[in-house]
Design a binder for this molecule. Structure first.
Ligand SMILES: Cc1cc2nc3c(=O)[nH]c(=O)nc-3n(C[C@H](O)[C@H](O)[C@H](O)COP(=O)(O)O)c2cc1C
Length: 208
């Protein structure tokens, strides 16, 4: 029985393109994994505090030596890490905000990038511990940042996610991008815009 971790990070809910596309991925995945389990993690409905010096101190204290207070500081991180461990694959919806990832997604990444849990420097070189987790990133951007376009160097979403998840051991990553959603605010028909992206997402979901 496989488990899918479904993460969303758009604050726009019903109007969100990335949420609609991750939803389509999940529906397709469920139809192919009838006994599968989906864990939903909505980052816009999850309270995650920025990391503090005390949090870093707790993370770097060996587990058996942590005080009850330090354990409390890591409680949210522990829950989020358990979800990552339990799932066999991940689908992550990412709206571009100010050329990067939304702040709620960055807060989540800061909680799950944890020494000894998702990465280690044990042998002197960094080693990611989130191995064997097939991951699909579904990105929505107002503008268009395809390679060779004038704006491509402004896209810090895909390169950042590739780097940080690669560092954590996620090497089997697929990036599907719906670029140019700004046209929806200028009258472009939503169904017409979404149709080709839904098709790409649904056919990709059949391969994972
Ligand atoms: C706070 C905010 C910042 C944004 N910054 C950018 C940006 O830097 N570049 C861009 O192309 N679009 C930007 N957009 C537009 C979003 O990327 C676009 O609306 C996309 O569809 C968001 O994904 P969603 O529909 O899943 O929320 C921004 C939107 C918001 C709300």
């Amino acid at each position: 029985m496989s488990t899918l971790l479904h993460i969303d990070s758009s604050p726009l809910y019903g109007r969100s393109v990335s949420r609609q596309l991750t939803g389509a991925f999940v529906d397709q995945w469920k139809s192919l994994h009838l006994d599968g389990t989906v864990i939903d993690r909505d980052l816009n409905a999850t309270a995650i505090a920025p990391i503090t010096a005390e949090w870093v101190g707790a993370a770097y204290t060996p587990e058996e030596a942590r005080t009850p207070q330090q354990k409390g500081l890591l409680a949210v991180s522990d829950v989020l890490l358990t979800e990552l461990d339990r799932a066999d694959e991940y689908v992550i919806g990412v709206p571009m905000h100010n050329f990067g990832v939304p702040s709620v997604l960055k807060l989540w990444i800061d909680q799950i990038a944890r020494v000894g849990r998702t990465f280690t420097y044990g042998s002197g070189i960094p080693k990611g511990l989130l191995t064997g987790k097939k991951t699909t990133f579904i990105i929505a951007t107002g503008g268009i940042y395809d390679a060779q376009t004038r704006m491509s160097s402004f896209n810090f979403v895909e390169p950042y996610l590739r780097s940080v998840f690669g560092f954590l051991g996620v090497t089997d990553a697929t990036f599907l991008t719906a670029g140019g959603t700004a046209a929806l605010n200028q009258g472009l028909d939503r169904d017409a815009f979404l149709a080709p992206h839904l098709q790409v997402v649904q056919s990709h979901a059949q391969t994972v």
